[in-house]
Design a protein around this ligand. Structure first.
Ligand code: FAD
Ligand code: NAP
Length: 338
């Protein structure tokens, strides 16, 4: 394991932002995670573990150690009549795990097809899409704490999952190297096509009999038609979280803005589509220099080429302010800012 100095992170983040890491290393085994955790180069609040860099905005150079996690391996560790347990290295590309499961008819993550990034980040913000959240299939997360070499196992409950949230995004932010995640997947498929766009796409595709593969293909088609490919236009997916507001505030807003889009949550709140709020505030398709708001999905901020992280951050501030002025709802960033 080599520690390099002054490494450009441009090719390691999906926004394509230029930022220099003072120190940089790649780990490809749990032993290396343990070794680096115990080494003196780890600094408190100044070390960052990265997977695919698809949920990160660098607003400045990183004056510490960046650890790129490339721990590989997908292993079936247990099986019952109804479930399989798949232990997966944190550096495995998330979509490769989805493809592995589709091929074997293991059910539970097909709706999460094509989400960029690595397995190790999947518990961090409890990735979710098209009516499914990964928390419903995470059995355990193994991680090595900074400054120590013992492996800690977190159960699903220990992770305190919430909507795009977990203990790793809050209390334990930047304190652990996640080395593996074990998923508990169903052998007998239970399909989730509650999300309107999926049945529409399945119909368009002419699919009569539902399969795991069919659902994943529908999701892939929808995503490809709507979301910018980071290899072509720099972005980190949804920049903001969908805000949750009280039913009373929702009812008030509905009178003023009858087309407002809201979904009831299990906490008796209403989840508002942040993309709709941003679009109504006039930002969809906005471009100034090399920063912008995507023309098909206002929730996605983009780097057309030479934008800096600070430029993108400034645009996000302007959006937050203008949405607040119009709707009295303060958007929160979903992307991790460094
Ligand atoms: P990174 O960006 O590398 O890291 C994200 C955070 O996790 C950082 O704080 C980092 O320190 C931490 N981290 C990463 N790996 C580890 C590890 N092994 N140990 C400890 N900490 C770690 N997200 C969704 O939830 N749903 C979507 O549908 C979705 N669609 C997207 C579409 C596009 C086009 C893009 C660009 C992004 C999208 N995202 C989506 C966001 C992103 O893909 C996910 O959050 C993904 O899980 C990030 O993975 P990553 O490996 O790139 O994480
Ligand atoms: P969309 O279909 O335009 O819908 C807008 C928002 O409404 C979504 O964010 C979604 O919330 C919510 N929504 C729609 N139908 C719903 C339903 N039946 N029940 C509950 N909520 C519903 O969204 P989109 O931007 O094209 O994204 C499609 C899916 O991919 C969403 O699930 C989204 O979260 C996910 N995605 C996430 C990212 C990211 O970076 N986090 C990027 C791209 C896409 P939810 O977001 O809670 O599902």
């Amino acid at each position: 394991m080599k520690i390099k100095e002054n490494i450009s992170l441009k090719d390691f983040n999906s926004f394509g932002i230029e930022a220099i890491a003072k120190f940089f290393t790649i780990i490809s085994s749990t032993e290396q995670a343990q070794e680096i955790s115990e080494s003196l180069i780890i600094e408190k609040n100044n070390s960052l573990v990265m997977g695919g860099g698809s949920n990160i905005l660098f607003t400045r150079n990183f004056d510490g150690l960046v650890i790129k996690n490339e721990i590989s391996g997908i292993e079936l560790t247990n099986e019952t009549d109804d479930f399989v347990f798949i232990k997966c290295g944190a550096g495995v590309i998330w979509h490769e795990l989805v493809l592995f499961c589709i091929e074997r008819n293991y059910c539970g993550i097909e709706n999460l097809a094509l989400i960029p990034g690595c397995v190790g980040a999947s518990p961090i913000q409890n990735i979710g899409a098209y009516g499914v959240e990964v928390k419903d299939v995470i059995h355990a997360v193994e991680a090595v704490p900074f400054f120590d070499s013992k492996i800690i196992s977190f159960s699903n409950n220990d992770c305190h999952f919430g909507y795009r949230e977990s203990v790793f995004k809050n209390k334990y932010k930047n304190q652990f190297i996640i080395t593996s995640v074990t998923y508990k997947l169903k052998k007998n498929p239970v399909f989730n096509i509650s999300y309107g766009a999926i049945p529409q796409e399945l119909e368009r595709m002419g699919v009569k009999d539902l399969t795991i593969k069919g659902i994943a293909l529908a999701v892939i088609n929808i995503r490809n038609s709507k979301l910018p490919n980071p290899k072509i236009i720099g972005n980190a997916g949804s920049f903001f979280k969908n805000p949750e507001i009280s039913i009373a505030q929702y009812e008030e807003l509905k009178i003023k803005f009858p087309s407002i889009v809201g979904y009831p949550t299990d906490k008796s709140n209403v989840k508002i589509a942040a993309g709709w709020l941003i679009e109504q505030s006039g930002w969809k398709g906005f471009r100034e220099g090399d920063v912008g708001c995507h023309e098909k999905q206002a929730l996605v901020l983009v780097n057309f080429g030479k934008a800096t992280g600070a430029d993108i951050y400034k645009l996000s501030e302007r959006i937050i302010e203008s949405v607040f002025q119009q709707f009295q709802i303060r958007l929160e960033r979903e992307v991790n800012i460094y």
